[in-house]
Design a protein around this ligand. Structure first.
Ligand code: ITT
Length: 235
């Protein structure tokens, strides 16, 4: 018998409006026995919940619960972001709108996701101006929350992905392997994130399967799958 279906979780909705995350999550969950739906499979438009939390866990919980109530299905939300040591862990929970100080309306609302990503990257590179390469350590963090159709949180997980932020492409004296942005895959800050331990490739240069194997989101999904198996066994 299929134990995940036994728990009556035959469908999980990916509670995110970010197409980059949807692609990664679909690929990471493709071998599970659960049917995976994106929000766009259910409706043309869902209101975006206000991410008013101070932590990744609070925001992932807000998204999982709101979308569970809207869809009446199990919802898996991911709140994630980039934390750069040299600037006190910023951009953190406001990673998606860092160039706009976390404001989601006003100027940011008129821009495409890709344009926002470019502004965010420009801000990060400008803030790290003059910082030596060895002091540019950073990590992506992903916190996942699974809510049941009533909105109750039934599992959480997290993952991290270590790296450092490269120098802008026109930085004097930087060697080419240190210069960014580079790469066509992924989304968000991937083009400026040099992957630990070699720091030779950005996460945007990794093939999607390579990124999923080592990324914060991959680690969080794998831990979440183990939680779900545990839920099925307990039921
Ligand atoms: P949803 O809230 O709809 O899920 P979002 O993009 O607003 O979409 P978050 O609030 O969790 O999601 O913000 C995450 C931001 O952190 C994301 O927009 C990127 O800027 C950055 N980020 C997270 N994971 C990343 C990754 O794997 N690669 C590059 N950037 C990433």
């Amino acid at each position: 018998m299929n134990r995940l279906v036994e728990y009556d979780m035959s469908t999980i909705v990916l509670a995110t409006q970010n197409p980059g995350k949807v692609a990664e999550l679909r690929s990471l969950l493709q071998d599970s026995s659960i049917e995976i739906l994106g929000l766009s499979d259910l409706s043309d438009s869902f209101p975006e919940p206000d991410e008013t939390g101070q932590t990744f866990l609070e925001n992932a919980t807000i998204k999982a619960q709101e979308y569970a109530k809207l869809t009446g299905k199990h919802c898996l939300a991911d709140d994630s972001g980039l934390m750069i040591d040299a600037i006190g862990g910023r951009p953190g929970v406001i990673s998606s709108h860092y160039a706009f100080n976390g404001e989601t309306d006003g100027r940011a609302a008129a821009l495409s996701r890709q344009q926002r990503d470019e502004h965010n990257i420009d801000r990060v590179l400008a803030e790290l101006d003059g910082v030596e390469l060895e002091d540019r350590s950073a990590r992506f963090v992903c916190v996942m929350v699974l809510a049941d159709p009533s909105g109750e949180v039934i599992a959480t997980s997290e993952g991290t992905f270590e790296g450092r932020i490269g120098f802008p492409i026109d930085e004097p004296n930087a060697i080419p392997s240190e210069t960014v942005p580079r790469g066509d895959h992924g989304f968000g800050y991937d083009p400026i994130f040099l992957v630990h331990p070699d720091y030779l490739q950005t996460s945007a240069e990794l093939e999607p399967a390579e990124k999923n194997a080592i990324s914060h989101r991959g680690a969080a999904v794998r831990a979440m799958i183990e939680h779900i198996k545990g839920l099925a066994l307990d039921s």
